[in-house]
Design a binder for this molecule. Structure first.
Ligand code: C2E
Ligand code: CA
Ligand code: CA
Ligand code: CA
Length: 395
């Protein structure tokens, strides 16, 4: 047999376009994608539409794995630019899974396709806009994931989630000025599982919408008693893409009586790159309630200074990785300083996250950060422990 490689491309955001702009636009979008993909493949690989928003690429011959991976990378690169349909500019994401066969290993096309499918899931979990090669370990972890998803549904129904809160301090006075809610999952078997593990799974199955509403309601209820400080809540991209979200948020504010000007939502750039138009519309509604928006995890993704100028945020949160790097190399420090300069010019507050050492605290304070969050001052703690750190009289 001959060496072969296959890629499965799963578009992100297509279903959303179809639901909100209509099938006619959706169909045109798929046609445009097919043309783009064919162009990127050139003479070397074949491109097939599998149905829905999935495409497959196939290639035979020596070096096919290497070449196909290169093609997939160019494709991801191309998708960074919006696709024009009528007068709309639509940006889609893609998650790509790759698999290969030596030609003598007995792996047939249907097994290759299955492997691509499994690898695509891994790409999605890895943050999308990636290509991932199939790996035997994925087959084992996939069963574990399915189980975890069922566990998550049960956890929500049975109240196994709890919220902890990490205080943010004023960079100068060191007083607690806000708390960020951070989810914890206490399983009945005694194991505690962190959000980095279960949030991506909930995002994929859509359960994040229900979980996210629970978080907001619980956090607003808890924080009602901590007057004078702000409450920050993490909102995932999947939640913001749900057009119902602003209305649900409004309902929660009304139900709980939590003052909207004390709430801030932390969103990441992925919320905004997939469909900037819808996201901006939702953010406008949310801001209309008086709720502030923070850009979270700055310094980890593609988000650049240009991004800060394009969207308005009330606050910028410098990710822990940027804080750590900035205390180690000059290039990262320069990047941090220029981000702070731009943020300041745009009247954004800046919080440094993950500050663990006095040296880092001094550095971010000198750099002009307004708030500091990190283990140097506080770890996340259960709600009943927060009140003792609030200086003002609890009225
Ligand atoms: P994040 O929004 O970047 O939150 C900060 C994370 O850094 C938290 O991890 C926090 O415990 C940790 N951290 C804070 N200070 C330090 C420090 O000084 N050193 C170190 N090493 N770590 C520090 P956690 O609680 O494990 O949360 C992880 C991520 O899970 C969060 O990252 C956030 O993206 C997500 N997450 C947590 N709760 C929710 C939620 O309710 N909804 C959504 N959508 N995502 C959530
Ligand atoms: Ca899809
Ligand atoms: Ca956050
Ligand atoms: Ca972060």
């Amino acid at each position: 047999g001959e060496e072969r490689a296959m890629a499965l491309i799963d578009l992100d955001g297509f279903k959303f376009v179809n639901d909100h702009y209509g099938h006619a636009i959706g169909d045109q979008l798929i046609k445009q994608c097919a043309i783009i993909f064919q162009k990127v493949c050139g003479e070397e690989a074949r491109c097939y539409r599998l149905g829905g928003d999935e495409f497959a690429l196939g290639m035979n011959g020596p070096l096919s794995a290497t070449i196909l991976e290169g093609i997939c990378r160019s494709l991801i690169e191309r998708l960074q630019k919006p696709i024009s349909i009528d007068d709309r500019r639509i940006t889609l994401g893609a998650s790509i899974g790759l698999s290969r066969s030596t030609g003598s290993d007995g792996i047939d096309s249907s097994e290759m396709l299955r492997r691509c499918d499994v690898a695509t899931l891994a790409s999605k979990r890895g943050g999308k806009m990636r290509c991932t090669w199939f790996n035997e370990a994925f087959d084992r972890s996939r069963d574990a994931l399915r189980e975890l998803d069922e566990d998550l549904r049960r956890a929500l129904a049975q109240g196994e989630f709890v919220l902890h809160y990490q205080p943010l301090v004023d960079a100068r006075t060191r007083e607690v000025v806000a708390v960020e809610s951070l989810m914890r999952w206490n399983r009945p078997d005694g194991k505690a599982i962190g959000p980095n593990i279960f949030i991506p799974i909930a995002e994929e199955s859509g359960l994040i919408n229900a979980i996210g509403l629970w978080v907001l309601r619980q956090a607003c209820t808890d924080a009602l008693q901590w007057s004078g400080i702000k409450l920050s809540v993490n909102i995932s991209a999947a939640q913001l893409r749900n057009p119902e979200f602003p209305i649900q948020l409004g309902d929660i504010l009304e139900e709980t009586g939590f003052p909207s000007d004390r709430l801030e939502l932390e969103i990441t750039e992925t919320s905004l790159v997939l469909d900037p138009v819808i996201a901006e519309r939702s953010l406008d509604v949310i801001r209309g309630f008086g709720v502030n928006i923070s850009l979270d995890d700055f310094g980890t993704g593609y988000a650049s200074i240009g991004f800060l100028r394009q969207f308005r945020f009330e606050k910028l949160k410098l990710d822990r990785s940027l804080v750590v790097q900035a205390s180690e190399d000059d290039g990262s420090r320069a990047m941090m300083l220029s981000s702070i300069t731009v943020a300041r010019a745009m009247k954004m507050d800046v919080t440094a996250e993950g500050v663990e050492t006095q040296e880092q605290a001094d550095m971010v304070r000198a750099a002009g950060c307004d708030q500091i969050q990190g283990w140097l001052y506080f770890k996340a703690m259960p709600p009943e422990d927060i009140a003792q750190y609030l200086s003002g009289p609890a009225e």
